[in-house]
Ligand binder design. Structure first.
Ligand SMILES: N=CN[C@@H](CCC(=O)O)C(=O)O
Ligand SMILES: [Zn+2]
Length: 507
């Protein structure tokens, strides 16, 4: 099996032999028949690896089932393990975009210039929902010729990509705010609306009144839309309750959706999304630390809800740096991952704080300082950039290029909420490319492996590698970049969405 690495910046491609990872050939010239701009199409077939004869059946099995270095791989140990049935065979795709192929937990700096892409390849998912093999179509065909599959899909002329990961959403709420969109178009700022009792506070009033069933139904509809746009793992926040009763109602709704599936959910407690009426930030922080968090711990230990992350809206006029620190540290002490809103509308030194506390992710960062960027790179706290928010609120764009150049792990999220109503990660990637000047490989990595890293799930999600969860999408195009290029075209492009090897959407 050869992993093809294309480099859109230099225009060269390299072929890496997966027997031992060494580069076996490199070229700079484009073939005469290729019109792919900065991308070169690698040849579909490759010669036998140097120093080796034609691949034998045993060798093919070894290569196709190659272990990635750090992922929790499941390699069939012996013939008998594979003899039974498998869940899914995806045959002969024009491209299988693995994103990365060496068990990387994230991609940063130069690793983002090139993504691992196989041409003319097939992929097998086992009955446990994990990827068993990826490799050249002929190798997989030979290897699995005697195996049975619950489902086979001919992917000729199509591309397979990892399921997209949306690293930041607020999908549980009642009370839409289209009227505020009109106010913003007429010139009102986000904070003016917030301070006048609109914004988050408006949604809080409606969400408190909504029944659990109503919230669950609307959440399911929103998750369905996300899924049809290619999302298979999504972060879901509470935060429109603020009081314990409604925050728990939201977390129960998220838990129900998580158990029901089919898409994966990382649950975030965001009780510090706004300061409740009649309280100061310090009083609200005390309430969260003394009452909310102990209750979450109790319900978690009883298995009633599962919360992964803790979030605070660290912003001027919302939670100051000290209150933010206290809440995040208390959440971390309970075992939650720190994943919070920072440096969005005003420079708050939130990035510096997050790096100091070991945050897994910090979102927004439109106003991040140079020191904050450096601190995040060192601490490996990922930056979850939200192109829809900067676009809809006409904020200055976060400095994605500087973050990428300095080695920050950049992820993307839709920020779906009543202020930024977008459920589509392909559109988010497109905006990231155009408005934040990210390249398409950077945007795809940010919406897959790096978004999975932001949720602490990149050992199982975010790339197509043996041993990872079989979450993927099939697009009807011979080049994967169409998923980003065709703005708003994902409904036509995405033919299948697959989770744990099961088709959950078919166009
Ligand atoms: N900035 C804070 N929270 C959300 C907005 C929530 C809302 O306005 O309802 C965000 O990430 O954009
Ligand atoms: Zn948010």
């Amino acid at each position: 099996m050869i992993t093809f690495i294309t480099n859109p910046h230099s225009g060269c491609w390299h072929r890496h032999c997966s027997c031992d990872g060494r580069e076996v050939e490199g070229r700079r010239a484009f073939p005469a028949d290729w019109e792919g701009g900065g991308f070169e199409r690698p040849p579909r077939l490759h010669p036998p690896c140097p120093g080796r004869g034609p691949p034998t059946r045993t060798l093919l099995r070894r290569l196709a089932c190659r272990r990635s270095s750090s992922a929790a791989t499941r390699r069939p140990a012996a013939r008998g393990d594979m003899a039974g049935g498998h869940r899914l065979l995806l045959e002969n795709a024009q491209q299988v975009v693995m994103v990365c192929a060496r068990g990387e937990r994230f991609l940063a700096r130069d690793a983002l210039h090139s993504l691992a892409v196989l041409e003319g390849a097939s992929l097998v998912v086992g009955t446990d929902g994990f990827i068993k093999a990826i490799g050249r179509a002929d190798a997989i065909q030979t290897l699995f010729s005697e195996e049975t599959f619950e489902e086979r899909i001919d992917c000729s002329g199509k591309c397979i990509l990892p399921g997209l990961v949306d690293a930041h959403t607020h999908p549980v709420w009642a009370g839409e705010r289209v009227h505020e969109f009109a106010m913003k178009l007429a010139g009102a700022t986000y904070m003016e609306i917030h301070q006048a009792g609109g914004g988050i506070n408006f949604t809080v009033e409606h969400t408190r009144q909504a029944s659990e069933e109503e919230l669950f139904c609307s959440l399911q509809q929103r998750l369905q839309c996300m899924m049809r746009a290619g999302t298979t793992l999504v972060e879901c926040k509470s935060g429109y309750g603020l009081n314990l009763e409604t925050e728990l109602k939201m977390l129960r709704v998220i838990e129900r959706a998580r158990r029901q599936g089919p898409i994966g959910i990382s649950a975030t407690y965001c009780g510090a999304h706004s300061v409740p009426k009649g309280k100061t930030a310090t009083e609200a922080a005390d309430e969260i630390i003394n009452n909310h968090l102990p209750k979450l711990k109790e319900l978690g230990s009883r298995g009633e809800i599962h919360v992964d992350n803790i979030d605070v809206f660290c912003e001027k006029g919302v939670f100051d740096l000290n209150s933010t620190r206290r809440i995040l540290q208390s959440g971390k002490d309970l075992g939650l991952q720190i994943n919070f809103h920072g440096d969005e509308l005003h420079p708050m030194k939130a990035a510096e704080l997050g790096a100091e506390l070991g945050a897994q992710a910090i979102s927004h960062l439109e106003e991040v300082s140079d020191e904050g960027i450096a601190a995040m790179a060192t601490a490996r706290s990922s930056a979850v950039l939200l192109p829809t928010t900067a676009y809809m609120l006409r904020l200055k764009q976060p400095r994605a290029r500087k973050m990428l150049d300095e080695g920050v792990i950049v992820a993307l999220g839709s920020d779906f909420n009543p202020n930024a109503y977008c459920l589509s990660m392909p559109m988010v990637m497109h905006l990231a490319c155009v408005n934040m000047r990210m390249s398409m490989p950077e945007a795809l990595a940010a919406a897959t492996i790096n978004a999975a890293y932001a949720l602490g799930k990149s050992h199982t999600h975010g790339s197509l590698e043996v041993g990872k969860q079989g979450d993927l999408i099939i697009i009807n195009s011979s080049r994967w970049e169409h998923l980003i290029y065709q703005f708003g075209g994902h409904h036509e492009l995405i033919e299948y969405v697959i989770a744990k090897g099961k088709v959950i959407y078919k166009k």
